[in-house]
Write a protein that binds this ligand. Structure first.
Ligand code: ARE
Length: 586
């Protein structure tokens, strides 16, 4: 047996309470392990503490497994009678059997040796207060991300300074302002509702210098370019009336150059009451205007206009607790997306979470983290994260023809074995954003575009489309991905057809519980190396099949089913770049 491939701990999302009664136990092994059995029981009942006590617990085979690139992920759910559990594994390769304990591997003879002290894996007590609880509504949500300056100007006749005429076509620059505002978003709520949207993710709206507002000046004031607190209140209230929730962007890793405490620090140096709010190393050259590569203070990505906030400081923590509380009480927001969510301190996040969840228990706390975020998803910081690994995994599969359907399977399984199910269930799934190239820009091909969207809409978590995706808007990396929404072209037949296509996917997502569910597997019904097939299951084991033809030849589809969504499919043939979603019974 390949011992190095075997891994289990009672931490790190490998053994955790799903709720007050169910315990999830996961195990990784190499491919040489063919069967796994779990022995489990109550620590005070099962009697395997050594000596001559006999094991009285249960022996059960673990039947659910997912294939990762070089490992197998075995998973099972237990219901410990007394909320305690002790367990060990029995691993079978083709010709060996090993027993896996907390302190290593034993043969059967060793294990049964009289008097041996067996170190079982132990879950001493499943405390309800420690269960990772994430808001239920998120899994049902269809998000729409809005970059406010570029979505809709709802007050075109007003006299805001420096606003350019709306650009229905062509490129935009970062310093340009087009006058999109909260009133514009409010006016488009019926449009969003019609599309099927049930959640809006708003890029920053608090007062700031730039057009993107990631350089906050005042965390308590709506940016005057976007409106005021009344417009924001009205927007959220009306969104709620339309069944649409609202999530705001929180830039707590750094502030902007005009944030009052930072101005005070620049003026008074070490003597400032806010000296501890930032991360200053050299007080003598604070006012220099240049990148912070010289280390005079820390900032976001060396941007001197974005000084890093010291989220380790008690004063900063308590200041931002109040800021969040204000947003909830004043505007009744439903979610907070934490910008640069991996650089703020864990301590800060735990305190913010406790504070805001006490005010609004089902508020959604989303971290902007692009890589494995397990350390932030233990249940006491974020509810979940932006699922960038899924985005890049899908993207890589589509650009790399040497990748096979197994690689697709490994990638998806990787994305859904990193975190607890509670977090997987509310992952924020996206294929593009204000920080990336637009989806349509990657291949300039509508069929590939919808194939990828079909994946997005059938994955566990909640799907988000970036404004303009409904009409397959083009745009390269920042700032090109932030073009103005071309409202004067929305009614063209071509755009209406595209909108209709997205509406179909949204409708399906809402009406087919299997598409929203956490359960899926990859059958092996086809030989074609790039014919991706996966099956999603709902609670009642009803199956929905997703087929994506990523080969260069048509494929004859096997079996029967009720077609829910299709492109490039006719008379049993799925053409290259085609997609088929079918309900196939139990
Ligand atoms: C501006 C220009 C850019 C230019 C940059 C250089 O627009 O063209 O390259 O300046 O300084 C905001 C604005 C940006 C602005 C930036 C700086 O939206 O337009 O860029 O401020 O002024 C990492 C971080 C992640 C971060 C991304 C961008 O981990 O937190 O980089 N995303 C957030 C927001 C941004 C925002 C900021 C942070 C700053 O969503 O919009 O930028 O508040 C890998 C890594 C990731 C990395 C990712 C992308 O996968 O794992 O850590 O994300 O690549 O680079």
């Amino acid at each position: 047996m390949d011992f190095t491939g075997v891994y289990h701990r009672t931490t790190e999302q490998m053994s955790y309470s799903l709720n007050e009664s169910e315990l999830i136990v996961n195990l990784k092994t190499g491919y040489d392990v063919k069967r796994v059995f779990l022995y489990y029981g109550d620590p005070f009942e099962a009697g395997i503490l050594g000596g001559n006590e006999k094991w009285t617990g249960v022996r059960e085979e673990i039947v659910y497994k997912k294939r990762l690139k070089h490992q197998i992920w075995w998973t099972t759910t237990l219901v410990p009678k007394y909320k305690r559990c002790k367990y060990y594994f029995e691993l079978h390769t083709d010709d060996e059997v090993w027993y896996y304990f907390e302190d290593g591997f034993l043969t059967k003879e060793q294990m049964e040796m009289d008097g041996r002290m067996l170190q079982c894996f132990t879950v001493p007590w499943m405390n309800p207060a420690d269960v990772n609880r994430t808001p239920d509504w998120v899994n049902d949500t269809i998000w729409y991300q809005i970059f406010p300056d570029r979505f809709c100007n709802g007050t075109p006749g007003d006299d805001r300074e420096g606003i350019l005429p709306w650009k229905n076509e062509g490129e935009v620059k970062n310093e340009e302002r087009y006058g999109g505002n909260l009133e514009g978003i409010r006016q488009k709520l019926p449009y969003l509702k019609e599309l099927g949207i049930t959640g809006i993710y708003l890029n920053p709206i608090m007062e700031a210098d730039s057009n993107h507002k990631y350089d906050t000046k005042d965390y308590t004031k709506i940016d005057p370019q976007f409106g005021d607190s009344e417009t924001m209140k009205r927007l959220v209230a009306e969104a709620h009336e339309h069944g649409i929730r609202v999530m705001v962007d929180a830039v707590f890793n750094h502030c902007g150059k005009d944030f009052a405490p930072w101005l005070d620090v620049k003026k008074n140096g070490r003597d400032s009451a806010y000296a501890d709010w930032f991360m200053v190393n050299d007080w003598t050259i604070l006012n220099k205007e240049a990148s912070t590569r010289d280390g005079r203070y820390y900032s976001f990505a060396f941007a001197d206009k974005m000084p890093k906030l010291n989220t380790n400081s008690e004063a900063v923590i308590s200041y931002f607790q109040d800021v969040c509380e204000g947003w909830i009480r004043d505007y009744d927001i439903d979610g907070i997306r934490f910008d640069v969510g991996n650089e703020v301190s864990h301590r800060f996040l735990k305190r913010i979470r406790d504070h805001v969840k006490a005010i609004k228990p089902d508020i959604y706390l989303l971290g902007e983290i692009w890589h494995d975020a397990s350390q932030w998803l233990m249940g006491d910081e974020y509810d979940s994260v932006m699922n960038y690994p899924l985005m890049s995994g899908i993207h890589d599969f589509f650009i790399d023809p040497t990748m096979k359907k197994e690689d697709f399977e490994y990638m998806i399984n990787h994305c859904y074995t990193m975190y607890m199910q509670q977090s997987n269930n509310v992952l924020f799934n996206l294929l593009d954003s204000h920080d990336t190239e637009r989806l349509m820009n990657r291949f300039h091909d509508l069929d590939l575009f919808y194939q990828q969207l079909a994946i997005l809409f059938t994955m566990p978590g909640s799907p988000c489309i970036y404004y303009g995706t409904e009409i397959a808007m083009e745009g390269s990396f920042d700032p090109d991905c932030r073009r103005c929404m071309p409202w004067d072209q929305i009614q063209t037949e071509e755009n209406q057809q595209k909108i209709h296509e997205i509406q179909k996917l949204i409708h399906l997502r809402k009406t087919e519980p299997a598409l929203r569910s956490l359960y899926f597997h990859f059958p092996e019904a086809y030989d074609e190396p790039r014919l991706v097939q996966y099956i999603k299951l709902d609670q009642e084991q009803n199956k929905t099949e997703i087929l994506l033809n990523c080969t260069e030849e048509p494929v004859t589809v096997k079996g029967e089913g009720e077609i829910l969504f299709q492109r490039q499919y006719q008379d049993g043939r799925l053409e290259p770049k085609g997609v088929l979603i079918r309900r196939i019974g139990r």
